[in-house]
Each structure stands twice: as structure tokens, then as C-alpha cells.
Design a protein around this ligand. Sequence first.
Ligand code: HEM
Length: 492
Amino acid sequence: MNYQPFLAMSPFPPIMDSLLRWHPDPLAFALKACAVLATIVGLSCWTLNKRLYPSTAPPIVEIESSEMFNNPKVAYALALRNSKGIVGVRRKGRLEYIVDRSFTHQVLTDDSKFSFELGTLSSEIATRLDEAMAAVVPIFQSNVDDLVNDLPLGSALTPVDFEAFVHRTMASAMIQLILGKDYLSADNIKRVENIAVEVATLGGIFQNMSWFSRTFPSVWRIAIWIRVFLYSIPINFILGIGREVYHQLGQIDSYDKEGRGRGESDGGTAFTWARRYVDHRQGQIGVLDRFWILTVVLGMIFASVHQTAVVMIWMAFELAKRPEDVQRIREEMEREGLSMRYASLRRFEFLDSFIREVMRTKGDTLSTVRMTTMDVPLGEYVIPSGSFVVPLATQSHESEFYHGENARDFVGDRWVGQEKPSSMLSTSYWPFGLGRWACPGRTLAVAEIKVLMLLLLQRTEFALEGGDYKVVDPLTVTSVAPEGTLLLQRCV
Ligand code: HEM
């Protein structure tokens, strides 16, 4: 090709000439071009970030990934120590503002500025606790009987798959409570267990546990999103339970006072609640509302099954380590009897104190999050609108200011006589969140934990293989169960 006309037009003929005569090795050229491009993009992002990051916002602190995931309590406390109570920290590619206990109350309770989730589901669960207990206790009883009857009477301590047991039990109990006994089939129980784990995965709960997901959080999130929404939820929920629920919702009409769907089913809470969506002009629940109810049911299943199951594991492991506390619970059992009604469960004061102590000391760190709905002045800084703000829970739960010199110790009877039941939240204790968005299912969750522990203690002795358990994900202790093997000895 004749380049001369171009060279003549160019203001830099010698450069153009050499460029046009240049025949680079294509691979080397591509690599160099990529490197130059990456540098340009990196530098632009860095300058843009520097320029856009407001000077009034809190300083950003880098925490080594290994420290963040293996020792979050100390790593975040150190970051906060040299700050004025607020620091920005990037975790899995997301900037979060971590606050110490002096800002916890404001962040978790001032819902005009800090929102839990824009468009979150607000439910009215657990308002009828006696009915709820009547629905779930028989399930707990029969599952415990199945587990214990499998153990030879009077034999030595035997390992059991406690994690599978609690997930199965919670899935069955919540199907019975939320959807009604017609939905209690082996297939549905398995599906609900799967949904609970899959939604937990979607929420990033297991994301801290693999190198890949920690290093490439965005790729991991996209992959999980595709798996959960395009495979797991359609298979386990939409084509299974969801279809049946949708059908039953369509049968609820203006005349059906109980939400039973023309007498077809012994409707659970979801169907009673769904009645408020009956469109009285059509005499039925509209299609869009049915989908909304299905979404709420899915959320409820996740919120109720997985978290409670994990806390049950923490409870059993802690009990197994503390035989003297087990003895005190047995004494309460003798004194109070085992009626399993909600009112009588409240009289188990030592057991309740033990639960509160497990919830307080298990090591929650970044468990409850809010998002700013506007630029919010906080301490000496302004947190930009749309930011995630996360109070560091250990700063409250292990604070000597709140809990005295032995704040870090597990004291089973710490709350006996203090009029502070395990579901009562405050700035010094908030494992169920705090303020308007605090967990509405917490009284039910605590009652369920009590029932399961009492039923197990009634028939078995507990121990832990090797005497201890291992915390696998210190950053997400409420949602990722500790690892250990529970040993049970059948006594009755
Ligand atoms: C030990 C078990 C449980 C734990 C540790 C737990 C913990 C939590 C936490 C930390 C929150 C967020 C609160 C906040 O941001 O302030 C929450 C929200 C929620 N929980 Fe629970 N929860 C448990 C059991 C349950 C149960 C059994 C149910 C249902 C029966 C339930 C239903 C919900 C719902 C619906 C929300 C969202 C609240 C809203 O959007 O307003 N949870 N839970």
C-alpha cells in the first residue's frame, strides 16, 4: 500500500512513517495493549474515586483479607480504635461504614435516615404465639423421638448428624406453621431445606468461606444469582410448593373467613394473612398479589428456618460444653414441668438466660446493616446517601461498659433475675437487630429453641466429640453453623 499521501497530510511525518512501517508480533502487541489499557482504566478509576470521595466522609481503612475473614472481631476493632468511631472498609468489593457502639443506637433505630432494606417485607409474625407453639411442638416432639429412638437405650455417647436434624425439624415446623399440614410431605421438607440454604447462599452467607468467592466477589455473586434464580428457586419453589400455594391462594375468596381455600386445606398462617389481599370487587386475590404473597412466603421460610437452625446448633454445642448449666436446666424442668405452652416456657428463667448468653457471646460482628437514605451527619463525618452502615456487634456485646469486667466470659446465669429475656433487645444486646426492623420472629425463635433443648434434655445426655467445636466463619456466626460433632446418650 502506498502511504505517501497520508504521510504528506500528517503533521508528524517521521512518526507516522515509522508507525506505518511497524510490524509487531501480534501476541506481544496484544499483551502490551492490554497492560496499557488496564493502567489507564486503573488510574482513571483511582483518580475518579479520589475525586468523588467526599472529604467529609469517614476515612477508608484497608483490612488485610486474611485478617478480615479469620479474625474480624479484632481486625475491625483495631480499625475503629484509631478512628473517631466510624471507618469505611471495603469488604468483598463493597464499601461499608463500620461504626462503634456510640453510634449503634442511632444507626439501627433512626429509620428516617437509615433504612433496613428499601422495600423490605414487614410481616406480622408470631403475634399468636400459643397457636404457633401448638402447631410446631408436635413436630419437634416426633422428630426428637425419631432421633433418640434410633439410639440404643443405655448405650455410650453416640455421634448424631445434628445439623441435618435441626434443618429437617425447622423446615417441617415452619411448613406446618406457615403453610399448614397438607404441605408436610418428605419432598416439600427437602425443598424447604434446599430453599433455606440457597437463599442463605444468595445473601452472601457462605461467601466468606472460599478463596474464589472472597477474591472475585462480583463473579461469584453473578454465578450464585444465576444458580439460585434460574435453577434452585424454580425447581424447589416455583415448580414445587409455589405452584400449590399459588393454586390455593386462587381459591381464597370473600366468603372464606379462615383462609382455607374452600375447605380444601387446614391453611397455615400464610393463608390467613393472605385474606387481606382479597380484592372484594373480584372476590379473589389478584394475580400480582398472589406473586407478592409467594415472595413473602419464600422470605419467611428463609428467615425462619435457617437462622433458627443455626442458633439451635450453637445452643446444643454450648450446652454440651457446660454440664453444670445442663444440671440447672434439669432442675428447672423438674420444677416447671414440660407443658410446652408459651406461658410456661417463659418461666424457664435459667434456660432463657443461657440462650441470651449464647446469642451475646457467639461473636456476631457485621450482622445487621442499614442503608443511608440521605447524606447523614454522624459524629465528625457525613455518610453519603446510599451507603451501607454496619455497627460492629462485638463492640456492644462484649463491651465492659455495658456488661462489666467479665463481659467476654460466658456466664450462664448472668441474666437470671434481671428482667431481660433473651428476646428483649437494647443497645447492649441486639442479635436480632434493633429498632423498627428488628426481627419480628424472635419470640417464636426463642420459644422453639427452648422446646427443642428441653425435649432433647428430657431424653438424652449431651457431649461434644473432642470437647469443643470450631467456628468456621467468624464473620458470619449467626448464619454459618460452627463445626463439631454432637454426641447423644439415650437415657429414656
Ligand atoms: C434465632 C433465630 C433468628 C435470628 C438470629 C434472627 C435474626 C434476625 C435479624 C438480625 C434480622 C434483621 C433485623 C434488623 O435489621 O434490625 C431479622 C429480620 C427478620 N426476621 Fe429474624 N431471626 C431469627 C428467627 C426468625 C424467625 C423464626 C422468623 C419468622 C417466624 C423471622 C423473621 C424475620 C423477618 C420477617 C425479618 C425481616 C423484618 C422486616 O423486614 O421488617 N426470624 N432476623
